[in-house]
Design a protein around this ligand. Structure first.
Ligand code: ATP
Length: 431
């Protein structure tokens, strides 16, 4: 019967059978040490037996083993196993292209990504993707407790979801299709069904952006709710969702985050601080001497400075900027022409976009026409507004950017199992 590494401490002085992967081996005088990992942890195995030592010499790290031995406590009180037998289930015969035993990967990101299937076994990536799994679990928990229903939106679309040029086209039998740029229209449709909805949605962006925070296939933590009074309702839910995720992940993944040397993010009491776009420009002008005359959006540098301002002024790594001067066609504009949209910035990056949406059929149709698009292409979406939609709004958080922030990584590609960007598809180079 198989024993798990996590239960060894309860089996002291007993014989145990462990099945797992050989992580490392070393010799000290006449003693041989092995480290074996299963899905519950890593344990050290020790032997002075000459025939076992000579067998160990022939076994390469990463081999899959079944070992038997007696569980004991090492001088520091940690459980270890005195080896009695080793059965090699699957032997490794080569050395992988990535050093899986170094504390920090030694190879460049380029090399790491081109050996992605194996580099994911490095402790650094095991830690990052454990944290990622905990983030998504806590987002689901938060949203489910908030009464939101999870939905999945289609990724193959007949026309683009938001218009614009950043669209991947593909052959679809005898016609053309596009890959979804966002779940925006579908999540609004789902508000018409369940009032509060959330989803983990893929989005595809055909933008030739070779930055540390852009990829062509990304994931968004989507949320949308009905019967909002103003965008402040959205800001509150988003703040609470992020605080919940941080609290859960910081307690559940303490060891992983410590090993990754991830600085914990600063969150203030209450809702994250917010500035309107005009206020943000005022601060950039006065405090940072940046000429924002004529701006309708923030630059990367100005996002960095506003994050610096939020840390100094509010002890917060997060800051909302509301009421931008430009927005997608579905963004709600009031009678004064003010757009009710919002971005969340954190540590030099935009990590989410959101806002209130139009809920009147006529306003929306006019907005589609004003953008030079054909309402006919949106007929399915537009139909929901003929049949009653509450005032509504929501947000989409860039999931991989959130993983970057929480795990303290500088490049989004570190936080995606198989990243695609203008130079790679699913981590493999195409140029
Ligand atoms: P950016 O200005 O950074 O290119 P965006 O304004 O195009 O982002 P949205 O369409 O509003 O972004 O998407 C919502 C969120 O999804 C963003 O705030 C960001 O966190 C994430 N996101 C958007 N595009 C990408 C991308 N190409 N790669 C990774 N994440 C992205």
């Amino acid at each position: 019967m198989r024993n798990l590494i996590s239960e060894i401490k309860t089996k002291l002085d007993q014989s145990v059978t462990i099945k797992g992967r050989l992580i490392s081996k070393r010799e000290l005088g006449s003693i041989s040490f092995l480290e074996i990992q299963d899905f519950t942890g890593i344990c050290q195995f020790v032997t002075e037996d000459k025939s076992l030592i000579s067998l160990i010499e022939s076994i390469h790290p990463q081999s899959i083993l079944e070992v038997e031995g007696k569980a004991v406590s090492d001088p520091k009180g940690n459980p270890e196993i005195h080896l009695e037998s080793i059965n090699v289930i699957n032997a490794v015969k080569e050395t992988p292209g990535i050093d899986l035993q170094s504390k920090e990967p030694k190879e460049k990101l380029e090399t790491i990504l081109s050996h992605r299937a194996i580099s994911l076994r490095h402790p650094k990536y095991q830690d990052i993707f454990k944290v990622e799994a905990a983030i998504i679990q806590s987002y689901r928990e938060f949203m489910t407790d908030f009464g939101a229903t999870e939905f999945f939106s289609p990724l193959i679309l007949a026309s683009s979801s938001e218009g614009g040029a950043e669209i991947f086209e593909l052959e679809y039998f005898d016609s053309k299709a596009t890959l979804a740029q966002s779940a925006q229209l579908y999540k609004q449709i789902m508000v018409g069904v369940y009032e509060r909805v959330f989803g983990l949605s893929k989005c595809f962006r055909a933008e030739n952006s070779n930055t540390r925070r852009h990829v062509t296939e990304a994931t968004q933590l989507e949320f949308e709710m009905g019967f909002i009074e103003s965008i402040d309702d959205i800001l509150e839910v988003e703040t609470n969702a992020i605080k919940y995720i941080l609290e859960k992940v910081y307690s559940k993944c303490e060891k992983e985050l410590d090993r990754l040397k991830a600085r914990r993010l600063m969150v203030p009491e209450g809702t994250f601080p917010k500035l309107t776009f005009d206020e943000a420009c005022g601060i950039l002008d006065e405090k940072f001497k940046i000429d924002t005359e004529g701006w309708d959006d923030l630059t990367t540098e100005s996002e960095r400075l506003l994050c610096e301002y939020a840390r100094e002024e509010f002890n917060s790594d997060f800051i909302f900027v509301t009421n931008f001067k430009k927005a997608a066609f579905y963004a709600y504009r009031d009678k004064e022409g003010m757009i009710h949209n919002v971005d969340l910035l954190c540590k030099e990056m935009e990590i989410s976009s959101g806002g209130r949406r139009f809920d009147s059929y006529d306003d929306l149709k006019m907005s589609i026409v004003a953008e030079g698009m054909d309402p006919q292409d949106f007929s399915e979406y537009l139909s929901i507004f003929k049949f009653g939609m509450p005032p509504h709004g929501g947000f989409g958080i860039g999931f991989e950017r959130l993983v970057m922030l929480i795990t303290g990584q500088d490049n989004i590609r570190e936080c995606i199992l198989f990243p695609s960007d203008p130079k790679r598809i699913a981590s493999q180079n195409i140029k």
